[in-house]
Design a protein around this ligand. Structure first.
Ligand SMILES: Cc1cc2nc3c(=O)[nH]c(=O)nc-3n(C[C@H](O)[C@H](O)[C@H](O)COP(=O)(O)OP(=O)(O)OC[C@H]3O[C@@H](n4cnc5c(N)ncnc54)[C@H](O)[C@@H]3O)c2cc1C
Length: 250
């Protein structure tokens, strides 16, 4: 896998607990990446062992497969976390080692009638990366639902990009599912509760729909079970769970 040097260009708060980090990518070979893929950032544990944490590329890709010289990632801080500790202290101009790109959580070449792109938290970033390809498929007549789970409005990361798409295309639906606090000024698609509560009300066309699940592992597991019960074939339920690798031992 291509070794990369990443240089911090800037960090902006998305909410109290999440930041967007801009990184310059230096690579011996062109860094060719497909929307939906992720990077592994390399870190050293306190005991000196090398480990990594994965982050999806959050930038809106100019096209589905492209060379990137700069990428955005969205990072939610985890109290006491290794990457949290290191990344939150990084200054502009500091560097990190990484490898990538990895992953197959990408739009398949076959087009589907309806796409359900389901996320919690930073799990929405692969869908942001895919927005230009999504637009092409909307123009070809596919319908997209981005179903976004958060505790409250501040968790609706990058919502402006999805709302803009919804304002342009009747066949694009952005569905915020707020589990704790509803918005004072509710959007027309707002749902109270988890993404599962919303999806439970849906009927699925098990031959023509496809679903993508990304983010919190419990959400991914629960929603996977729900969609299977509703008859969705397993190959048409794509999953990416945001978990850390087990700590390395000497
Ligand atoms: C393919 C892939 C893509 C990912 N993309 C992203 C991304 O785009 N943005 C992002 O923020 N994360 C992403 N993750 C998760 C990320 O890799 C780290 O797991 C996360 O940032 C926590 O790392 P840490 O080193 O700060 O905490 P760790 O040192 O890994 O964890 C510290 C402690 O907190 C627990 N913990 C870990 N994560 C959480 C959590 N979310 N909530 C509560 N407790 C937790 C751990 O079990 C551990 O006990 C992705 C994971 C995968 C596998």
């Amino acid at each position: 896998m291509t070794p990369l040097k990443l240089t911090m260009l800037g960090m902006d708060a998305l909410n109290d607990n999440t930041v967007n980090i801009r990184l310059k990518v230096d690579s011996k070979q062109p860094f060719v990446v497909i929307a939906g893929q992720f990077l592994r950032l390399h870190f050293t544990q306190d005991d000196g062992l090398e480990t990594f944490r994965s982050y999806s590329i959050a930038s809106i890709f100019p096209e589905e497969k492209t060379i990137m010289n700069e990428v955005d990632i969205a990072v939610s801080w985890v109290p006491g976390g290794l990457a949290t500790e290191k990344l939150s202290k990084m200054q502009v101009g500091e560097t990190l080692e990484a490898t990538g790109p990895y992953g197959r959580f990408c739009l398949l070449p076959d087009t589907h009638k309806r796409y359900f792109l389901i996320a919690t938290g930073t799990g929405v970033t692969p869908y942001r990366a895919m927005l230009k390809e999504i637009e092409l498929r909307l123009q070809q007549g596919s319908e997209f639902y981005v179903v976004m789970g958060a505790q409250d409005e501040t968790g609706l990361l990058y919502q402006a990009d999805f709302v803009a798409m919804q304002q342009t295309y009747d066949n694009f639906h952005y569905i915020p599912c707020l589990s704790r606090v509803q918005r004072e000024e509710q959007g027309s698609n707002d749902q109270a509760g988890y993404v599962q509560t919303y999806l439970a009300q849906h009927d699925f066309d098990t031959e023509n729909d496809i679903a993508y699940l990304c983010g919190n592992p419990n959400m991914v597991d629960d929603t996977f079970s729900l969609l299977k019960e509703k008859g969705m074939p397993v190959p048409l339920i794509k999953r990416e769970k945001y978990i850390s690798p087990a700590p390395k031992k000497k």
